[in-house]
Design a protein around this ligand. Structure first.
Ligand code: GTP
Ligand code: SPV
Ligand code: MN
Length: 588
């Protein structure tokens, strides 16, 4: 009997079933009884650990394989027909060759297992932004996580109708062999294949694989943009809400900025911050000529370490119910969770992220993995925006780029115009983090925070940004921030977190012509006295230092950008080459 009413879905499922040969097939309808049954099954097999249901109702802990704890960029591929369409920042293999390799791996991979068929929507079902996918998986962790992160089940099938199109996603855990792990996008075929992983961004196929890699490819064809951006609204004392988006690389502060609590002085005046999204934005030009943004997700897959009532009260509050934790420490005394930076009182009777006995007072090892995460429903967040589910999205006043840079990049600067702003995004650089496997703290260029997520040639992507600018009569202003400048001892100079509101205030004032700025070789910067430092212990001299532009360091950066740009050959847009020349001239 056919599993759905959609002939295309059914035909694809027939192929998949013949390939992976599952013992059973189950359609995920989104029904609560079904999800409860699967959760209970995961608990019975040890895949989930039940947490304290009084303190953390509906919460569970999952431990992934210790060799499978982050995205694997080296094993992520864009398989376009032509190699040049994947470009220098992606791994590429001929699609037919890749499929031949993958077919062998998937063959019989679900023998004796249940294959779950999970219909999901990115963005609100029925919204003009919405795109639908079907993920086939043999992992209950994936089913439960996707149910938090996206809109799942029957309403999606109803929206797909009898012959609607969808993104095909095939995930099999197989035996988690890191040598045979593949995360593969076929952008021309609306297809994603993932095998031998059970972790986050590798397997929750709606997130990075679809909502960024496949969607960025679709956006280029359909004149919209899919970006690695948070979306937040800042309400002023008059009750007006102005929206900004910000692209920071993985583990560089999107979730924190998206849920920021303004400093006391601002709160007393009546400022509020509303979170629309913490990781992904889909952007379209509205009828009013502005750029409009939606968050296609329905939950947060956030970094646990460093999240505390002080650093990010809203994120922590979002994790107090119906949340799935991955690779955090388990406090055995009351079956709650712990991670580095949650508080200063680590549990003594605990298990670390791998389930080994762990005493937080005496152990020299970390309790939680540095890339341990929580998967929490967006509606749990105390500052979730009233516009979160608005199918039209929110109008964007400013786009902010930023990275983790110990030196060089100042606290904030503004681009001179859209083209210069695209240049500023293209030269973004950031120190690598634990969100992906490999060395941490290595500076690399990460244009628009999209290096691991762009589904096509990065040179064409920059051209798409330039082209989009021409389609937006009322363009957002483009800025760059850096919360991570350090002193000679390696300490962060800027207090960050809630105090980032002070920088946001200046940014919004610039968007509405409410404050002047000074021209520097790299763009506009605030007059230091225009950043409100009331209630901080940051001195004006420190702020001046944070805003300083060291021409020698910038000339080194220019040399590095020139090298980087060489990889793009004739796909490097002339406009960006011109901007680099202008920067050089300004610095000379
Ligand atoms: P992904 O989910 O990987 O895309 O990451 P993200 O960009 O949402 O990063 P997140 O907000 O989770 O922050 C990652 C780390 O950066 C955490 O350990 C935070 O504590 C730290 N962090 C965030 N904002 C700031 C800041 O303003 N200053 C400093 N010093 N650290 C920050
Ligand atoms: C990131 O790495 O940017 C994330 C986490 O948001 S993951 O979903 O694993 O990609
Ligand atoms: Mn991310």
């Amino acid at each position: 009997m056919a599993l759905t009413n959609n002939v295309k879905v059914n035909a694809w499922l027939d192929e998949v079933i013949a390939l992976v040969k599952p013992e059973k097939v189950e359609l995920i309808t989104g029904d609560q009884a079904q999800l409860d049954r699967l959760t209970a099954e995961a608990v019975s097999t040890g895949e989930f650990i039940t947490l304290n249901q009084e303190k953390l109702p509906g919460c569970y802990l999952h431990r992934s394989d210790p060799t499978d704890v982050a995205r694997v960029e080296a094993r992520t591929f864009i398989c376009s027909k032509k190699e040049e369409d994947a470009g220098p920042t992606n791994n590429w293999m001929d699609p037919e060759e890749m499929k031949a390799k993958l077919m062998k791996l998937y063959d019989g991979s679900m023998a004796g297992r249940t294959m779950y068929v999970l219909p999901y929507s990115m963005s609100v079902v029925g919204s003009p932004f919405a795109k639908y996918g079907i993920e086939v998986t043999d992992s209950i962790y994936v089913v439960i996580s996707m149910n938090i992160m996206t809109r799942v089940g029957q309403p999606v099938l109803d929206a797909l109708g009898t012959d609607g199109d969808f993104i095909k996603g095939l995930h099999a855990k197989k035996d988690l062999d890191p040598e045979e792990r593949y995360i593969v996008q076929f952008p021309e075929e609306n297809t994603i294949m993932s095998i031998n992983s059970g972790y986050g961004g590798n397997v929750l196929l709606g997130k990075k694989c679809f909502a960024l890699r496949i969607a960025s490819y679709l956006g280029r064809q359909e004149n919209w943009m899919a970006e690695h951006m948070l979306i937040l609204g800042i309400e002023n004392p008059q009750g007006e809400v102005r929206y900004v988006t910000a692209a920071f690389p993985s583990a560089c502060g999107k979730t924190n900025l998206a849920m920021l609590i303004p400093p006391e002085g601002y709160r007393n005046k009546g400022y509020k911050v509303w979170c629309v999204g913490d990781d992904i934005a889909w952007l379209r030009v509205g009828e009013d000529g502005r750029l409009w943004a939606v968050n296609p997700e329905n939950g947060f897959f956030g970094v646990a370490p460093g999240t505390s009532a002080k650093s990010n009260y809203n994120a922590l509050a979002a994790t107090r119910k119906n949340t799935l934790f991955t690779n955090v420490a388990l406090d055995k005394s009351d079956m709650t969770v712990w991670w580095e930076g949650l508080n200063k009182t680590p549990p003594t009777n605990a298990e670390d992220w791998q389930g080994r006995p762990w005493n937080g007072e005496t152990s020299t090892e970390k309790g939680a993995h540095p890339n341990s995460r929580f998967t929490a429903p967006a509606k749990n967040c105390p500052c979730i925006s009233p516009e979160f589910e608005n199918p039209k999205g929110v109008p964007v006043s400013a786009i902010i780029f930023g990275g983790r840079r110990a030196k060089t990049a100042p606290l904030v600067y503004q681009s001179r115009d859209w083209q210069h702003g695209v240049f500023v995004g293209s030269i973004m650089a950031s120190e690598t983090t634990a969100a992906a496997t490999g060395a941490v703290g290595v500076l690399r260029r990460d244009p628009m925070a999209m290096r691991p997520f762009c589904g096509y040639h990065m040179g064409d992507y920059w051209q798409h940004w330039l082209d989009m600018g021409k389609l937006i009569p009322n363009q957002p202003k483009i800025f760059n921030v850096n919360w991570f400048r350090t002193d000679d001892e390696g300490n962060f100079i800027w207090p960050g977190f809630g105090d980032n509101m002070r920088v946001l205030e200046w940014i919004l004032k610039r968007c509405f012509d409410e404050v002047d700025a000074q021209e520097t070789p790299i763009g506009y910067e605030p007059y230091p006295t225009d950043i409100n430092l009331e209630g901080t212990d940051v001195s004006l001299e420190t702020l001046e230092d944070l805003l300083s532009v060291d021409k020698d360091l910038w000339m080194e950066d220019v040399a590095n950008i020139e090298e980087f740009y060489k990889d793009f050959g004739d796909k490097l847009p002339a406009a960006l080459k011109d901007e680099l020349e202008t920067l050089k001239k300004n610095l000379a």
